[in-house]
Write a protein of this length. Structure first.
Length: 276
């Protein structure tokens, strides 16, 4: 969706769907004051605008509105630009990426909150799509209708690891358009097995995954001689320490544009070939 197409009805519908799932019936919810009239600029003024440019020259915009849920006050409704410049879609940011280690006293409760938030996010985004709102599924469809890049020389096999299936499919479309073959998996254990079986030329690895997180996947790959030298491009919307980022061959902060994705892929592969 282009921002000029944003309407009051679209924002009202997104907020209503979010809050119905997040709070249910009869529970107090965060008040949202929608403008009575106005165009996209007045609607976007409701949101916090974030200009994300982790690498100079490669900006992405994101608009966030903290609405919380009945168990956790920090979850957000977001309208974000991702991969395709100028195209935005609605999503839910669970905003629960704090590092809570297994030896902390409240670890079990924190795991339960994150599981609740993950399930809630999936249900809200599914209802966004069912209501005709643009989600990552719309981005996936948009990319599927673009130039397939037939005739490109084979550039290698990329293993895509992301629990957001539409996002993984969008990445796959862009990679195939550039001559890469791909394989997609959606959890950490499947990622380890696929890397061992396929020995890909590159792994694009999300940090937040079910079963094993991205750092645990990376640790297992580095522990085995057969997979130790496979270059890994880690990506995440969470804040990750520099020490953990350094364990991968490259890092992308979500959301990121297509140009930066391929710049980082090229850099990671060149560095890997240089070490070899």
């Amino acid at each position: 969706m282009r921002l000029h197409a944003l309407t009051l009805e679209v924002v009202r519908r997104a907020v209503a769907i979010y809050q119905e799932h997040a709070y249910g019936t009869g529970r107090p919810r965060r008040a949202v004051e929608l403008p009575a009239t106005g165009g996209p600029d007045s609607l976007l003024a409701m949101f916090q605008r974030e200009q994300l440019e982790t690498v100079p020259g490669h900006p992405c915009q994101r608009f966030s509105l903290r609405l919380g849920n009945r168990n956790y006050p920090f979850m957000k409704l977001v309208l974000q630009e991702y991969l395709v410049a100028g195209e935005f879609y609605f999503a839910v940011d669970t905003h629960d990426q704090m590092e809570i280690k297994s030896d902390y006293p409240d670890y079990a409760q924190w795991v339960a909150v994150r599981s609740f938030n993950r399930d809630l996010k999936q249900r809200i985004e599914a209802d966004f799509a069912a209501a005709g709102l643009d989600t990552c599924a719309a981005l996936r469809r948009l990319l599927a209708g673009t130039d397939p890049g037939t005739g490109q020389a084979y550039r290698g096999l990329v293993l895509i690891v992301d629990d957001e299936e539409d996002l993984a499919a969008a990445l796959e479309t862009l990679l195939r358009r550039r001559g890469f073959h791909t394989c997609k998996v959606h959890d950490g254990k499947s990622a380890v097995r696929a890397a061992q079986d396929l020995l890909p030329d590159l792994v694009i690895l999300d940090y937040e995954l079910p079963e094993l997180d991205g750092l645990q996947v990376l640790e297992q790959l580095r522990a085995e001689p057969a997979t130790r030298r496979i270059p890994v491009l880690l990506n995440s919307a969470a804040r990750i320490s520099m020490a953990d980022i350094a364990k991968a061959d490259g890092f992308l902060a979500k959301p990121f544009p297509e140009a930066l994705l391929f710049e980082m892929i090229g850099r990671v592969r060149r560095n890997s070939e240089g070490r070899r």
